[in-house]
Design a protein around this ligand. Structure first.
Ligand SMILES: Nc1ncnc2c1ncn2[C@@H]1O[C@H](COP(=O)(O)OP(=O)(O)O)[C@@H](O)[C@H]1O
Ligand SMILES: [Mg+2]
Length: 319
């Protein structure tokens, strides 16, 4: 069905629209989970808050290293609100013509006003870097982009989430517009164990072996842990079919070479020591299946956030 937008733009012109049904819940540290649950509860209680003259907070900034789940979390939160997530791509906004980026930002906000979605600015520092005094055209243009962004954010009734790996480079006025600022760090030991268990399933490890492997992955991002687990599983399925050596050392050599830690995050022991990492010595091999490990829980039980999707009354939805 053709739809007309007053601005002429469609939300999907500015990025990818992710549907609620595809969302998955990231595994996060307890304090972060608590803050998010508080926010969701506040949004679900919008009417009760309104009755006492308050509105739920609508803008959240997630900052922290790459691969820690910022995008995954934004998608999950949008899904909990029953809304799609519009992942705005900075390259779809930035325009080399003078004033072009500001116009694109305007068109984006118009488009989302007519088709509610949670707006998600990834790599937010790309458009919201701190304004600098100074006369160069390029700098003036960047400053004016931040000014447009400030006005548009202020005037927007819907939810906005922004994510940045370089939060310190964001403009302070932009920063202040975000009522919730959540730092998402690389996971600690407990979260690493849960992340490994999630992505290893339907394989599993006895508790001590899982803990050892998680310790050897200290400083790894969840994205890297996922790559490690999926690499192992892929090897276990494909390896025998293509004739690869399937001993533990051989499999780990291949998987660790293919899953490369992000350069900003350092190399966990498992990567620096490889097959010699002590954690591997205690690892049962071939990897057992969860079914064969009595007493080990199969599925990751949902944290505090998982609740049925609730469609909240949308403040800017119009009639
Ligand atoms: N906290 C987490 N728990 C479970 N999986 C995660 C987590 N963080 C990231 N991942 C996985 O790593 C990949 C990259 O995550 P992403 O959300 O894009 O990270 P970021 O936006 O912080 O760079 C995704 O496939 C996601 O499933
Ligand atoms: Mg991301």
């Amino acid at each position: 069905m053709a739809r007309r937008y007053s601005s002429g733009a469609d939300p999907s012109d500015f990025g990818d629209l992710l549907s609620p049904s595809e969302a998955e819940e990231p595994i996060l540290a307890r304090p972060v989970r608590a803050a998010l649950l508080e926010w969701l509860t506040e949004i679900w209680a919008a009417e009760e808050l309104l009755a006492v003259g308050l509105k739920p907070r609508r803008r959240a900034l997630f900052h922290g290293p790459p691969g820690t789940g910022k995008t995954t979390l934004a998608h999950h939160l949008a899904a909990r609100l029953g809304l799609p997530l519009l992942v705005v791509r900075p390259e779809k906004l930035v325009d080399s013509l003078l004033g072009g980026t500001g116009r694109n930002i305007g068109a984006l906000f118009e488009a989302v006003r007519e088709e509610p979605a949670v707006l998600f600015f990834d790599e937010f520092e790309a458009i919201a870097a701190a304004r600098q005094p100074g006369g160069r055209d390029a700098q003036r243009e960047m400053n004016s982009v931040v000014n447009v962004l400030l006005q548009r954010i202020e005037g927007h009734d819907g939810f906005i989430i922004a994510a940045s790996n370089f939060a310190r480079s964001l403009d302070p006025a932009i920063w202040r517009r975000f009522e919730l600022q959540i730092e998402i760090e690389v996971p600690g030991q407990e979260e690493r164990e849960r992340i490994l268990a999630r992505y290893l399933a339907p394989f599993g490890l006895p508790a001590a072996a899982l803990a050892g492997l998680a310790r050897a992955c200290d400083t790894a991002s969840p994205a890297l842990l996922r790559m490690l687990c999926e690499g192992l599983k892929r090897n276990l399925v494909i390896g025998p079919q293509v004739g690869w050596p399937m001993d533990r050392d051989g499999v780990f050599d291949r998987v660790l070479a293919a899953a490369v830690p992000h350069p900003d995050l350092g190399r966990p022991e498992l990567w620096t020591r490889g097959r010699k990492a002590p954690a591997l010595a205690g690892l049962p091999w071939p990897l057992p299946r969860l079914d064969d490990l009595p007493g080990i829980e199969a599925a990751e039980s949902a944290g505090g956030l998982l609740r049925p999707a609730v469609v909240v009354p949308w403040p800017g939805r119009g009639e």
